[in-house]
Design a protein around this ligand. Structure first.
Ligand code: NAI
Length: 468
């Protein structure tokens, strides 16, 4: 069993950066080098302004950087000198060709594998950190073996999917529910490679939380975990629509459900919809794999989870428009929050994008405030829509003269705002559309707001405006 002393990670993103910072922190005897083809990203990792925001990350990077944690664009050099190589490149949904809009695009993965094969002169343990379709390891192994020019070099491939959640990544990495390592556990060499990676994690993760499995189970478990998590959100969101129709309250329903120990309380918050780079991508990928195996019913079951999410975003837009007398043309509407969830600056697949586009389509002028998302990022995400958008550095300026405010992200600071002051600067009637159920709705109504809270009983003013 190789006792690893040098690790390279290809891909310095939301996963590669934090996971490697944690390994460097917990394993001072291991040299960890994170590489990326993006020079600006690497420069940012080497600066005071890290390319991603994650609570607790700055401190750890500062502590380890230059000691046993390095960031560089010298991909080949770092691969050559490492015993273990994590691949944490992006695996987005394919945009064109066979399986477009569903299948995972493995271009970056294959390119990384070809580079590994070309520069490896010694045995390497390759760790799939990216989320990949089940049986990707098989394809990668072929690419590695057929492209390596140095004879006798062994590649052992492991699957070690990452379960961290953005916003709580450092806590998740410090005390993971489990670490999953898949390998060819039927052969001695495969078992040894698994043992090498187990040993790395055992520096801080209790043994009983380190699970080993065969390669395909490990790969599939990651897709399945994300599908199950997203399915809970879509399930409670489906209930939120029924609650509004019947006068039930989705928070009360979720609380009652969650007390059943078989169901549990987590991941039962109704909202305007899930976002993030993973849920939709991974479910589509899972469903596509099912389709490829002829499992149409299974595929359709999972597609419906994404369908419900789209429905929820549309439903929210419709509520805003109908509540505001069926016209939002030229009305200033403030979006509080743009990130896909709190404590991250990540906007990939954020519901704010679809909701924003929906509101703009109906003629609204958007004012966007998010504590962590840059103007440039919003511009990139909204594209042509930007001609109808102004971004703000202060929430009160974003809210001044607005007819309505839509809460798109559950940032804590929104709860502590002076909502009386906000009411004062807004147009009347002043509407609040709480897409995250974080505000005190009774208090807002006392102040004078007309409040739509997703999944909660609809107040008479709105019911009459909407004619139902
Ligand atoms: P990301 O897009 O933030 O980072 C990927 C990085 O890989 C980019 O900086 C890109 O420049 C680099 N890259 C691409 N091809 C390369 C190559 N050939 N050589 C060197 N660098 C290359 O992506 P993120 O969010 O870190 O995700 C990575 C993987 O982890 C994906 O498969 C994702 O599904 C998975 N994942 C993501 C989670 C998340 O919360 N973001 C959680 C768990 C898994």
């Amino acid at each position: 069993v190789v006792k690893v002393t040098s690790i390279c990670c290809i891909g310095a993103g939301y996963v590669g950066g934090p996971t490697m910072a944690m390994i460097a922190l917990k394993c001072p005897h291991i040299k960890v080098t994170v590489v990326d083809i993006s020079q600006p990203r690497i420069d940012a990792w080497n600066s005071d302004e890290l390319p991603i925001y994650e609570p607790g990350l700055d401190e750890i990077v500062k502590q380890c950087r230059g000691k046993n944690l390095f960031f560089t664009t010298d991909v080949e050099g770092a691969i050559a000198e490492s015993e273990m190589i994590f691949v944490s490149v992006n695996t987005p949904t394919k945009k064109t060709g066979l399986g477009k809009g569903k299948a995972a695009d493995l271009t970056y993965w294959e390119s990384a594998a070809r580079t590994i094969a070309a520069v490896s002169k010694t045995n390497k343990i390759i760790v799939e950190k990216s989320t990949v379709p089940v049986r990707t390891a098989e394809a990668i192994e072929k690419v590695l073996q057929r492209n390596c020019n140095t004879s006798g070099v062994r590649f052992d491939i492991l699957s070690n999917p990452e379960f961290l959640a953005e916003g709580t990544a450092m806590d998740d990495l410090t005390a993971p529910d489990r670490v999953l390592i898949g390998g060819k556990i039927e052969g001695q060499e495969g078992t040894d490679a698994v043992a090498s990676l187990v040993e790395v994690y055992a520096n801080w993760v209790p043994q009983e939380r380190i699970i080993t499995a065969n390669l395909w189970s490990a790969e599939l478990s990651k897709l399945a975990a994300n599908a199950f998590l997203a399915q809970r959100i879509s399930s409670i969101n489906s209930m939120s629509a029924l609650c509004e129709a019947t006068g039930a309250d989705v928070s009360q329903v979720a609380y009652a459900l969650g007390k059943d120990s078989r169901i549990g309380p987590k991941f039962l918050n109704a909202s305007v919809g899930f976002g993030g780079s993973c849920f939709q991508k991974d479910i589509l990928n899972l469903a596509y794999i099912c389709e490829c195996h002829g499992l149409t019913e299974v595929a359709d079951y999972w597609y419906s989870v994404v369908g419900m999410n789209d429905y929820q975003k549309n439903r929210f837009v419709k509520r805003v428009v109908s509540a505001m007398f069926n016209t939002i043309r030229n009305k200033k509407i403030c979006m509080l929050g743009f990130a896909f969830k709190k404590d991250t600056g990540d906007t990939r697949e954020a519901p704010a994008i679809d909701v924003g586009n929906g509101l703009i389509e109906d003629g609204a002028r958007l004012a966007i405030y998010d504590p962590k998302v840059s103007d440039a990022q919003i511009a990139m995400d909204m594209g042509a829509g930007m001609s109808n958008i102004t971004t703000y550095k202060s929430h009160i300026e974003a809210l001044r003269d607005a007819h309505a405010v839509c809460v798109m992200t559950e940032w804590d600071e929104f709860k502590s705002y002076d909502w009386g002051e906000i009411y004062g600067v807004m147009q009347k009637p002043a509407f609040v559309f709480d897409g995250r159920l974080i505000l005190d709705h009774d208090k807002l109504r006392e102040i004078g707001f007309i409040v739509y809270a997703l999944g909660k009983p609809i107040e008479p003013f709105l019911r009459s405006a909407e004619g139902n």
